[in-house]
Design a binder for this molecule. Structure first.
Ligand SMILES: [Ca+2]
Length: 100
């Protein structure tokens, strides 16, 4: 399990506002998956955006608190959180538009 988190934490690009790590791919597929759910459906970008922002807020303000932090979750920067939302939206867009 620790090895998986190690891979997910691996930074691929970390330059200014450009941030990509292993988690970015997971967020992409997460967004892709949301487009397949009945609750979000396709093309509900506003709804998905709000859900992704809420998720990041929960992650930063609850999950990353020391008393709750499961192994493998580390504090992330604002750019990292924004990148997670962007990749989630990108996945959702691809799922909405191209996954028939
Ligand atoms: Ca995040």
């Amino acid at each position: 399990m620790e090895r998986i988190f190690e891979i997910l934490r691996t930074k691929i690009i970390d330059k200014g506002i450009l941030f990509i790590d292993g988690w970015s791919f997971l967020h992409f597929f997460w967004g892709l998956g949301l487009s397949r759910t009945k609750f979000f459906g396709k093309g509900n970008y506003k709804k998905v955006f709000i859900a992704l922002v809420v998720f990041e807020l929960v992650e930063v303000f609850i999950l990353q608190k020391p008393f709750l932090t499961p192994a493998g979750i580390v504090e992330e920067s604002l750019i990292d959180s924004i990148s997670d939302i962007v990749f989630g939206m990108l996945g959702y867009y691809m799922g909405s538009k191209y996954w028939k």
